[in-house]
Design a protein around this ligand. Sequence first.
Ligand code: GDP
Ligand code: MG
Length: 739
Amino acid sequence: MKMLKYALLSGEMQRNRLLRQLSAHIFRRSYSSNIRNIGILAHIDAGKTTTTERMLFYSGKTRSLGEVHRGNTVTDYLTQERERGITICSSAVTFPWSGNRINLLDTPGHIDFTMEVEQSLYAVDGVVVVLDGTAGVEAQTVTVWTQADKHKLPRLAFVNKMDRPDADFDKCVNDLRTKLETQPVCIQYPSKNQDGLLTINDVITLEQLTWQPKDLGRSYSKTKLEPSDDLRQLQEKRNELIDQLSGLDDELADVVISTESFDNVSNALIERALRRATCQQKVVPVLLGSAYKNVGIQRLMDAVNAYLPAPEERNQIYDCFGNEVAGKVFKIVHDKQRGPLTLVRILRGEIKRGMRLICSRGQAEVVSKLYEPLADEYREVGAVQSGDVVICAGLKSTVTGDLLTSSQTALRNAQKRLKQSQGTVSTDEDEELDTDELFGIDRQIPDAVYFCSIEPPSVSSQTAMEQALRQLQREDPSLRVSYDSVTGQTVLGGMGELHMDIIKSRILSEYKIDVDLGPLQIAYKETIESPSLTTLSVEKEIAGSKQNVSLTLEVVKDQGELFSLDKSPENLSNLNTLRPRTLQVIRKGSVSALERGPRVGGQVVDTQIRLHNAIIGRGTADSFVMATAAQCVQKLLSTSGTRLLEPIMALQIVAPSERISGIMADLSRRRALINDVLPKGERNKMILVNAPLAELSGYSSALRTISSGTASMTMQPSGFSGMNAVDESLAERRVQGLE
Ligand code: GDP
Ligand code: MG
């Protein structure tokens, strides 16, 4: 049957099919040096999504141009993203460009989603930072830049929106230098053709690049500049560029010194020097264009190929895996037909369909299918190699941030090899090796700073809602879900209003449940001030059997273990008679009481429960023991009383020196603690400050007003801190809805 079908295909069709298979094979089998894994980062509205759409279009991956305002872009594929015109979930897309394969991760630009950006940065080897040419370096640009610094990622800057009359290229370059303390290297300058349309002057080749508006910018022409003032200026820029790079690159310096001139420096030599300096993060090449008007995107992709590193140039720490699989899970998405899909950056080895893999916590998983990423469309593939990005179906317990390996043995061997190479080989065979530490798996999920209740439209949809929340949590570990046994409500914890809103609308659009969210509240924590001890004895008859428990518990201030035993001689003999199972039940009951403090229902932290004595009558049920333990701890907490801890945000504010005093005066009214004021560049200062979240509502727009738009700011959660009695009761009234 199959033979017959094959014979029926015409000669040409067969040839085309073979060619397609062959080219797919070559494309797939490409060496990893032909791959670029890049992230695309920006302040919201700078034009990331539009730029990504153009890249897909010019590489032939899409046939039409998606526009954000029309809601038909490929990467903003969640309904809410299309409706709001912003990017929330980072999605991966893959496309060929000039013989390379570019895997590009679009990332969310809003402060509520910094965790997502963080995870995707593990998967990339370089970053394109998109600037809005009319706005320069903005608050979120500083945040993402700092994150890229942390991951030591080489960067390109793309100054977008240069078609707009109010765009200012020089200001953007200056911002890069002063606000981000980098060394920008301009390899392009903006110019205009006779029709007044944006063109680009290439500093290295001394060409003018002109895009044709007619064919959606698919092609562009290169013309050598005629001798003119423009050419002379450009030549000067080229000399400046060579001068700048020769201070950083030996090969280039040698040529300049030996020929005593800049004129003999070839384009190829400049490009090599620029590549080395970029990969070592000494400089940031700056390009420009207009994504919306289709100018400059092809050159941006050329620059990704030319200046950003290939996978094998980074992540050498994973060499200890040899040919065994090592892969970083950077995202989990839920697909209606395919279920949960895990996005993995393969660092070493090859992942094949049907393969068994082990996640960080030791569970074995089977990869049922593999897909190549193209936003919400997936193409099935059989195997994917080191250096690439792949989507795995079938993984059930893996979560974002995990390291996937071929087997426990492979992981242990890799750890040993790594330790040996670092010269810290342990003589103790059984010593626990900390994979997370060794392989830099960042499991620091930010503490929720806001919470709100969430309610299903009817009791019958409670289970479905819980199921949906569980799925969403796997995708987004910064979402916290808990159950408040006092009010009987499910409670969401998260990073901000937008975060919660998105969760609500995703539950509606993906799970068809129209949930209600309660008012957004600040997530206070509680802690005890002094230790206290009590004994609680409870006796009851349930269904004819006598239940009898007497527990002596103490709460003490301690940041370590949640639960401990009082090992003093008078108690030890009693505690030694307890069965381990009973101990577990007491522990579980007491610790559960720490989830809700007596004052505002906040989590009780820095508090340890110590068991002194326990007498449990024969036949008493575990559930009864557990409830008594919880009740005993509640009693302790409410009699000893708790203090509130409030979430603190760490802010970095950069502003011109003359604006600093106004900003500081406003901050002092917000209970802020100024940590430092540092000079930043020639004209600016940077304020490092901690301030309570409760005082920061609407702060970014307030700062804009105070500084007339000259200041930029980043904000991150920075732990919790105590407050004075006045602020405490104010917070309490706010929680009770009295303020
Ligand atoms: P993102 O938030 O960074 O993903 O930015 P978008 O790609 O969604 O773009 C934000 C807005 O700016 C949209 O309305 C775009 O149409 C517009 N935009 C993007 N690029 C350009 C550009 O090069 N020129 C102009 N004039 N507008 C642009
Ligand atoms: Mg976007």
